[in-house]
Ligand binder design. Structure first.
Ligand code: ADP
Length: 237
């Protein structure tokens, strides 16, 4: 919605690995309450974009502005306190700690006032039955939900979801789509990287299509899939 100010603005973002440009001048924005999809063929820079925005890597060029202040090259833990948090493709919980303890650590670390309670998070993300089991006992879908609750415990205003839906069954996908929409309805800005196009179509307001570290399309997924240059990179990639 154009009447809202972006909470995140990325301009001409560059990230190199050696001589290779994983991001090559990427620009986009997200407004509060919006669910933006980052799509594109393998290797197009989607995860790198999340890694740079969340402070895992410093950019080699361009600008990231979050909530009116520069956020490029700021360490992850500082960005967590400023309101950016993320999930990982492969979650890394503290395996010997229980689910509850993992969330407790995130709550202590995030230190956000108004953060959801542990009971609420366990209930909302179907972790109540496993709350007192070590994280090592969880299946991969439950590990993803734990990773999400740990991010939410820090009360992000920008949430970055990297392949959260991968490995979930259709019923779980429907359910998590509803949860993500409910989070956006509270005003949270959400960026999703996902390969499942049906899921992307179900939850996103808008997508950015990446190819070789650049945006090649911006708009709804329904429009994107009719664009010749989008079809070409997917078929060619
Ligand atoms: P996507 O998420 O779209 O599949 P990635 O962002 O993971 O793409 O990767 C983009 C490109 O950058 C790929 O060619 C990948 O091999 C490379 N890349 C990503 N991370 C690293 C890294 N840490 N070191 C070296 N190359 C990387």
């Amino acid at each position: 919605s154009p009447e809202k100010n972006p909470i995140l603005k990325v301009s001409k973002l560059v990230k190199r690995f050696g001589g290779f440009h994983a991001l090559d001048g990427l620009s986009f924005h997200v407004v509060p309450g919006e669910i933006l999809g980052l799509v594109g063929p393998n290797g197009s820079g989607k995860t790198t974009a999340i890694n740079v925005i969340s402070g895992l890597y410093a950019p080699d060029g361009g600008e990231i502005v979050f909530d009116g202040a520069s956020a490029g090259g700021v360490a992850s833990h500082k960005l967590v306190h400023r309101g950016i948090n993320r999930t990982f493709q492969v979650p890394k919980p503290f395996l010997s700690l229980t689910v509850r303890e993992n969330i407790q650590v995130a709550l202590a670390y995030g230190g956000a006032t108004g953060a959801p309670s542990i009971a609420e998070l366990l209930e909302d993300f179907r972790l109540k039955e496993v709350a007192d089991r070590p994280a090592a006992d969880l299946n991969s879908a439950q590990q993803k939900m734990l990773d999400l609750t740990r991010a939410l415990a820090t009360r992000p205003r920008l949430l970055l979801l990297d392949e959260l839906a991968a490995g979930l069954n259709p019923a779980e996908l429907d359910w998590i789509a509803g949860r993500i929409k409910a989070l956006a309805a509270t005003g949270m800005a959400i960026i999703v990287v996902e390969h499942l196009m049906g899921f992307i179509e179900q939850i996103t307001d808008r997508v950015i299509v990446l190819n070789a570290g650049k945006e090649i399309f911006e708009g709804t997924l329904a429009t994107a899939v009719r664009e010749p240059q989008v079809i070409e990179v997917f078929l060619g990639g």
